[in-house]
Write a protein that binds this ligand. Structure first.
Ligand SMILES: Nc1ncnc2c1ncn2[C@@H]1O[C@H](COP(=O)(O)OP(=O)(O)OP(=O)(O)O)[C@@H](O)[C@H]1O
Ligand SMILES: [Mg+2]
Length: 307
């Protein structure tokens, strides 16, 4: 079976007003059928550029992307028929309602009047948009506008869905609703390419995760594979500067936006907890997570001087 997406030695440089910006230097990976594949990376690492090339809005300088075996440049018309997209930072039309957005979007894709109405109602229910589905978008909140864009993408019966930060600005309950909708799409046998800065979202949804950095692939794997690629399996966030020095002998101490962090192994935890010189109420202990993987691959940590 052809894979849903294959990116081969992809390269793309923006050139404007004499400035050259190499957004993608080498993206090479493939996505498994009927999976949720997340692309994570810092701002400006090339995720949206990749989504734009995949969805035929931009052309690469070299390399290629194939969607179910179809080249996104050579067979762009064919590709457009089988994809669905939530673009990053898109905005709905101010004087149409969410329901009308989905209705007209369906009609544009050739659905009948009755079929379009049914589909619009279906996604309004799916995403719990009933209370504002007849309000002009100009009068909606930022999150409600974002949900309108998500609703349009989910109204299509596509083979592959590109969701570029789909849950940005949504409250936690609404985000979970969108997660369930994404899982529902997957259950129908579809493939989803997701970019997000919410690591809990990526950890919850993804079958596979690819971390990109400065236009290149840093690592790809399942959440467990990524976690086990770290040297240590346990993380302790330290809220007490006195304990910090005492903990250094148990592993690697770093400092990042979460504070001071000790990476150690679960074998050492017993010794740490029985060490009377350490205040236990100042420690936050747990297994390493996707945030640790992310920071180790693309973050800038500062080693704490142990002396
Ligand atoms: N239209 C453009 N013209 C010139 N440079 C651009 C353009 N769009 C993006 N870039 C640059 O290309 C690089 C990659 O941008 P891109 O939008 O793909 O990043 P991203 O990973 O999606 O970031 P974010 O997480 O902030 O959405 C950045 O350095 C950005 O400044
Ligand atoms: Mg982006």
């Amino acid at each position: 079976m052809t894979v849903p997406l294959e990116s081969i030695a992809l390269k793309m440089t923006y050139k404007s007003k004499g400035k050259v910006n190499p957004a993608i230097k080498d993206f090479s990976f493939s996505v498994k059928n009927n999976s949720i594949f997340s692309i994570l990376g810092r701002n400006g690492s090339g995720k949206t550029t990749f989504v734009k090339i995949s969805t035929t809005q931009l052309r690469p300088d070299s390399g290629s992307i194939k969607i179910f075996g179809r080249d996104v440049v050579e067979e762009d018309q064919e590709v457009r028929k089988i994809i669905s997209l939530v673009p990053q930072e898109s905005r709905p039309f101010p004087f149409l309602t969410p329901w009308e957005h989905v209705y007209y979007f369906q009609k544009m894709h050739g659905n009948t009047r009755e079929g379009s109405k049914e589909r619009a109602q279906f996604v309004m229910d799916l995403l719990d948009m009933e209370s504002f589905c007849d309000t002009e978008c100009v009068n909606l909140s930022g999150g409600q506008k974002q949900l309108t864009m998500v609703a349009m993408a989910f109204s299509l019966d596509s083979q592959i869905y590109f969701l570029d930060e789909p849950t940005i600005g949504l409250d936690i309950i609404t985000r979970k609703r969108v997660w369930e909708a994404i899982m529902g799409v997957k259950k129908k046998g579809k493939t989803i390419i997701l970019t997000t800065h919410y690591l809990d979202e990526a950890a919850y949804l993804s079958d596979e995760i690819c971390v990109v950095s400065r236009g290149k692939l840093a690592k790809q794997g399942t959440l467990d594979e990524l976690r086990s690629s770290l040297k240590h399996d346990t993380r302790i966030i330290i809220r007490d500067s006195d304990s910090r020095d005492k903990l250094a002998k148990y592993g690697k101490v770093t400092h990042d936006n979460r504070g001071t962090v000790l990476y150690t192994d679960h074998d050492a935890v017993e010794s740490i907890l029985s060490d009377k010189s350490i205040r236990k109420d100042k420690l936050e202990l747990g297994p390493v997570g996707l945030d640790d993987v992310f920071i180790s691959l693309v973050g800038e940590t500062i080693e704490v001087d142990e002396n």
